[in-house]
Design a protein around this ligand. Structure first.
Ligand SMILES: CC(C)(COP(=O)(O)OP(=O)(O)OC[C@H]1O[C@@H](n2cnc3c(N)ncnc32)[C@H](O)[C@@H]1OP(=O)(O)O)[C@@H](O)C(=O)NCCC(=O)NCCS
Length: 296
């Protein structure tokens, strides 16, 4: 016999409700007890991050949650409006009741009505998202780096708060990127378990590279800024300083020339996808790349 289910109320959470829901979302996401959701996703759960949450409620009780953040994404066809989605989680006793699906359907229609061009998210659950109209999109090169000998390079050191303006300038030089201001960058850089290394010359920042991010992307270099020439010096030296013998380096399509420059330092090159995408307008059908710090 088919179970008849009451329809949930799907609506945005207030900031106070979001704060109250953090422990529930933490456990629904099966996040480790000793990890912090706020520390791992500051752009989602800190009030300054300007992310929103949609929830499914039964009698006023939150039973499923999805966070989203609207950004301007500079893609192959200029700036488009993208909605980044994450922290999709349903209370175990309500799983299989289509709550997450209903929230995502409602989100797609409200984001389309708001003039957004696409929704992007990061997940291994491709089949679940395919049913809701999401498909793998964007290509990135993934280099399996292997460093056998110490690669020293003067001027390579961990980034400091005073470097943020210079790092933002390097970010703004990228042809494809999420638009950020200084306070957004500062929030993104506050994520736990992030290694951000810089290459300096005469106290100028020539390049930066980011490794790890909360519980995500450990063992992955996921965001780079600066010229290919500067990154050719920075990446092996940064790996050496962090005592990494192996790591995967993500390269956007516009960094194809860096692959040749790093020859001899990687043992495998494969192609990956950037995100799962649901286009909401013709402008959402484009080539793009999202740096690791922006994904939620
Ligand atoms: C994934 C999740 C959000 C789905 O929520 P939900 O409200 O039960 O989703 P729906 O009822 O709309 O859809 C259920 C579908 O999810 C899919 N699904 C759920 N967990 C899955 C998993 N681990 N692997 C593959 N598919 C999964 C199933 O295909 C299921 O379909 P079925 O009903 O035909 O079996 C929920 O299982 C959850 O909170 N999981 C833990 C957190 C998580 O993994 N979040 C996803 C991060 S992107």
């Amino acid at each position: 016999m088919t179970k008849t289910l009451a329809a949930p109320l799907i609506r945005n959470l207030t900031q106070e409700e979001r704060e109250d829901a953090i422990d529930s979302i933490h456990s629904w996401m099966e996040f480790p007890d000793d990890a912090s959701l706020i520390g791992s996703y500051p752009q989602v759960f800190q009030a300054e991050g300007q992310a929103l949450s949609l929830g499914a409620f039964f009698a006023g009780k939150l039973s499923s949650h999805t966070a989203y953040r609207r950004v301007n994404l500079r893609a192959s066809n200029g700036f488009i409006k993208a909605t980044l989605v994450g922290d999709v989680a349903t209370a175990p006793e309500h799983r299989g009741e289509r709550l997450a699906s209903r929230i995502l359907e409602k989100l797609a229609s409200s984001e389309q009505a708001a003039g957004q061009d696409c929704i992007l998210l990061w997940s291994d659950l491709w089949e679940f998202y395919a049913r809701l109209g999401y498909a793998p999109a964007g290509v990135q090169a993934e280099l399996k780096m292997k460093i056998n000998i110490t690669q020293d390079c003067p001027g390579v050191r961990p980034a400091a708060i005073a470097d943020l303006s210079a790092i933002l300038e390097l970010h703004e030089q990228k042809p494809w990127r999420v638009k950020r201001d200084l306070s957004e960058l500062s929030l993104l850089m506050s994520v736990q378990n992030l290694d951000c290394m810089v290459l300096t010359e005469d106290s100028r920042i020539l390049a930066y590279a980011c490794h790890g991010k909360g519980l995500d992307l450990q063992g992955w270099w996921h965001e780079l800024g600066g010229s290919d020439q500067a990154l050719q010096k920075l990446i092996p030296a940064a790996m050496s300083q962090l005592r990494q013998k192996e790591a995967v380096l993500i390269l956007p399509p516009y960094r194809h020339a860096l692959i040749t420059k790093l020859s001899g330092l990687y043992e495998e090159l494969r192609e990956g996808i950037v995100a799962l995408c649901k286009p909401l307008s013709s402008r959402g059908l484009c080539d793009f790349f999202v740096d690791g710090l922006d994904s939620i």
